[in-house]
Write a protein that binds this ligand. Sequence first.
Ligand SMILES: NC(=O)c1ccc[n+]([C@@H]2O[C@H](COP(=O)([O-])OP(=O)(O)OC[C@H]3O[C@@H](n4cnc5c(N)ncnc54)[C@H](O)[C@@H]3O)[C@@H](O)[C@H]2O)c1
Length: 264
Amino acid sequence: MKRLLITGAAGNLGTQMRDRLKHLADTIRLSDIGDMGEAGPNEEIMPCDLGDQVAVEKLVEGCDGIVHFGGKANEGPWDVIRNANIDGIYNLYEACRLHGCNRVVFASSNHATGFYKQSEVIDNTVYPKPDGLYGVSKVFGEMMASLYHQKFGIETASVRIGSCFPEPNNHRMLYTWLSYGDLATMIERIFDVPKLGCTVIYGASDNSQRFWDNSKVSWLGWTPQDSADDYRAKVDANSEKPAADAPDVVYQGGMFTADDIHQE
Ligand SMILES: NC(=O)c1ccc[n+]([C@@H]2O[C@H](COP(=O)([O-])OP(=O)(O)OC[C@H]3O[C@@H](n4cnc5c(N)ncnc54)[C@H](O)[C@@H]3O)[C@@H](O)[C@H]2O)c1
């Protein structure tokens, strides 16, 4: 690609992927409302609030692909979620349509299907069961991706990310953990395949305990290399196992399923 846009560049995943993805394009355009530091070689910094339609239109101009990490990344009040994840995703796809940007990695979330039980194994085609306003906003984003694919041919992989952190640090994360390295190779594959279409894929490493079945997207050719199993002893030693009826062990979305609707 000539230019790849990474939104949410000041956040956890944006910071981690900034270097790991730099080989994908001549120029990496980084955007966020937070501090992204100085531009490195072949980088350009463009601060932008995703809720600002005019600014997002300018942001996307000249980009061939987008890795969309930006937005409210957990449960919160509706006006914050609406601005970043609802208006924000509409603004992003409208800008893609106007400027012919045809491939997007959308950082969706396992919280789009958080009310499935941990005793179930689900695939990427199940009916969503979001576990909060945040989860609903991710389902909305996936549907926006579908609409812009059907009408305008814009291709998207909506990645229902599990828990993408340096290492798993509780028992639920033994199922949901996604290493930074595995996320980076997944994004590489998403931009490499000649035809992507519009698809959903769960983002978890090669953990032996799992809730998610990616076999229907095996055509992507992504093979995670890391496993939460390597951290099992450490997790057992450092965190207490929740009671059998605790949300963290009943539902795939864990504690998000027990969260209230946030008023402010
Ligand atoms: N890290 C995970 O385990 C995980 C799991 C599931 C989904 N995700 C999704 O992946 C993405 C990145 O997650 P993260 O862990 O890096 O979260 P993060 O909160 O560290 O990063 C999100 C970034 O988005 C920016 N942002 C928020 N509102 C914005 C707005 N209105 N305009 C522009 N930028 C805005 C924030 O400033 C922040 O830097 C998020 O969309 C999140 O929902 C992450």
